[in-house]
Design a protein around this ligand. Sequence first.
Ligand SMILES: Cc1ncc(C[n+]2csc(CCOP(=O)(O)OP(=O)(O)O)c2C)c(N)n1
Ligand SMILES: [Mg+2]
Length: 229
Amino acid sequence: WCVPIGTQCLHAAGAALAFKIRKEPRVAVCTIGDGGSSKADFNSALNVAGAMNLPLVAVIVNNGWAISVPRTAQTGAKTLAQKGIAAGLECLQVDGNDLIAMRAAMDHALKRARHGHGGMVIEAVTYRLSDHTTADDARRYRSEQEVKDAWEREPLRRMKAYLKSLNAWTDDEEAALKEQCIKYVDAEVNAYLETRAQPIEAMFDYTYADLPADLAAQRNEALDWEKRA
Ligand SMILES: Cc1ncc(C[n+]2csc(CCOP(=O)(O)OP(=O)(O)O)c2C)c(N)n1
Ligand SMILES: [Mg+2]
C-alpha cells in the first residue's frame, strides 16, 4: 500500500518476476485508479510484464475521477483497458459495478497468468460515489445529477436486487448482516482507539538495520527533547 501513486505496480511486477523465477504458480495483482493509469510507473510495470511474460494482473479502478480531474481530461485513450495493448497484454473492460462479471474476469485473468500465458489489464468501470477524502468537497466540480445517476448502478444495491429476484436474500438476512457488520466495525475501531502511542524513537527504528549517523543524531535529539518536555 503506497502513498506515491503508481509505484505499487512496479512492486507487483517485481513480485511477479520473483514468482516466475521461483516457478511458483502465483499471480501478482495490483490495483490502480484511472488517474494513476497515466503514471509512468503503471506503464513501466505493464511493459516489463509483457516483455518478460510475467504473471501480473493490473486492475484499473476507473471511478471516473482523480480527485477533481475527470476521466475525460485524464487521457486521449478511448478506454483505459487498451493501455495494455502496446505492452502485449490481454486487456478487458468490465462493468466494475457487476460483482459477477468482475469475478469472472478475475478468474480468467488469474488462470491465464498462473498457467504462464502472461499478464492482463482489467479496467473496472465504476463511479466514486463519495468525496475523494474528508478534505475534498466534490460538489465544487461535479453535478448532483451525475452522482444521483451513479447511485442507480451502485453494486451492492444491484447485487441485492438480483439475489432477491432469485429468492436468495431476505430483508431479515440483510438486517442481521448489517448488525453483524456494525459490531465488527465498532470492535475494530475500539481496538484501534486503544492502541498505545508509540515511543518517540519508534519513527527512527524500523527502516534501517544500521541507522545512518545523521538520523542517529536526530534520534538522540528527539529523546532529549522528550525528556525536557
Ligand atoms: C505520485 C503522486 N502524485 C500525486 C498524489 C496525490 N494524489 C492522491 S490521490 C490522487 C488522485 C488519484 O486518482 P485515481 O488514480 O483516479 O484514484 P482514486 O482516488 O480515484 O481511486 C492524487 C493526485 C500522490 N499521492 N502521489
Ligand atoms: Mg479515480
